[in-house]
Ligand binder design. Structure first.
Ligand SMILES: [Zn+2]
Length: 369
């Protein structure tokens, strides 16, 4: 990217700074004032209705920021897109980035004292989804399996043991091509299986033009030979983007059939229908219990179908909105503010007409029986 482009982008981003909104100002806005969302904020979890939050060890969902989650079901757990390091807005296009130990250890605090995750799932290779994974793997979870795109594997290849990185590009399902969906499940172990689903990634914002950063396939990053070293954000190219179904399973001891205890769906980046949709046959067998949907930049998908159409299609029991906070502010700062250039008032106004949903704070937890 040229220097001039960087300057233009930065000016546009400066414009965006003024749009980072407080949680209260959104929920108490005139648009949302007379909806069921008023007074929705409670302690660490922002909810429409708290009836589902129960203190239990069966399923626990902890939001880590951006598309990041720590999900635990009984003795099995998984990390999704773990990214913690604070990089100020204007440093991202100009400066090289490095992982920050304090932010990572703050973010993973509860993970360290809980079940060690068996795997990390990566939705796409942008820095706000992948950047801290090498540091996390090398410092805390050496033998963990990482599942992601070819780009993810390429980018990680200079800094982690590639025998632990599984390229899912031959193993994904899609809404329109799912004849062999049964073969496309990845059995991480006998307690968890994952279905990677071909998805898309909308633009980051639109002013006169559409801005979609760091597209294309990711490659090895020159000179990036250990995860404590610096690299530029534009080297972390998007690659293919996936949504996932995660099934926590058991095997029937008599028949050998798979029993699905909990089914989660995650799509952290906006996309055009029907990219990212799980095959209908799979949902016919078992509905999604918890659907996690990314909010950032939702309004730049033309046609205003995202995320309402996929939410309707999934018809999950519980809906969680992620990628909502302004990650260009310090990771450990509270209270959080909404990510700029995304119209959350509109999103929440539309959603509350038909759905209850959760907005977990950073490290906020949601547990069900
Ligand atoms: Zn992205």
């Amino acid at each position: 990217m040229s220097h001039a482009t960087n300057i233009i982008l930065s000016l546009l981003f400066l414009f965006g700074i003024s749009c980072s909104k407080k949680i209260e100002s959104v929920f108490n806005s005139r648009k949302l004032k007379n909806t069921q969302l008023t007074n929705a904020i409670i302690k660490d979890t922002l909810v429409v209705d708290s009836q589902y939050i129960k203190d239990s060890d069966s399923l626990s969902l902890q939001y880590l920021g951006c598309g990041g989650f720590y999900i635990k079901y009984k003795s099995e757990s998984v990390l999704i897109d773990p990214y913690f390091t604070y990089h100020p807005l204007l440093s991202v296009p100009f400066k090289k980035l490095t992982s920050n130990k304090n932010d990572i250890e703050y973010g993973l605090e509860d993970v360290f004292s809980s079940t060690k995750p068996s795997s990390i799932l990566i939705s796409h290779s942008h820095y706000d989804h992948l950047f801290d994974t090498p540091y996390i793997v090398n410092h805390y979870f050496k033998d963990i399996k990482i599942y992601g795109s070819t780009s993810t594997k390429n980018i990680l290849s200079t800094v982690v043991d590639t025998s632990n990185v599984i390229d899912v590009s031959q193993k994904f399902a899609s809404e329109s091509n799912h004849l062999n969906a049964d073969d496309q499940w990845i059995y991480v172990n006998d307690k968890m299986r994952i279905l990677f689903i071909q998805s898309g990634h909308g633009p980051h914002f639109r002013l006169l033009f559409t801005f979609h950063f760091h597209k294309g396939q990711g490659h090895k990053i020159k000179g990036y030979t250990n995860p404590s070293l610096e690299s530029k954000a534009n080297k972390w190219k998007e690659g293919d983007t996936y949504s996932f179904l995660i099934d926590f399973i058991d095997k029937d001891p008599n028949t050998g059939h798979i029993i699905i205890n909990e089914r989660l769906f995650i799509q952290s980046s906006p996309s055009y229908p029907s990219l990212g949709y799980p095959p209908k046959e799979i949902l016919d067998e078992r509905k999604v219990d918890t659907a996690i949907i990314g909010g950032a930049s939702f309004n730049y998908i033309k046609g205003e179908e995202y995320p309402y159409k996929i939410i309707k299609y999934l018809d999950a029991k519980t809906l969680v909105i992620c990628h909502w906070e302004d990650f260009f502010r310090p990771y450990q700062e509270q209270p959080k503010r909404f990510v700029r250039l995304t119209n959350f008032k509109k999103l929440f106004y539309e959603l509350q007409k038909e759905h209850q949903f959760y907005l977990l704070n950073i490290k906020g937890q949601y547990k069900i029986l």
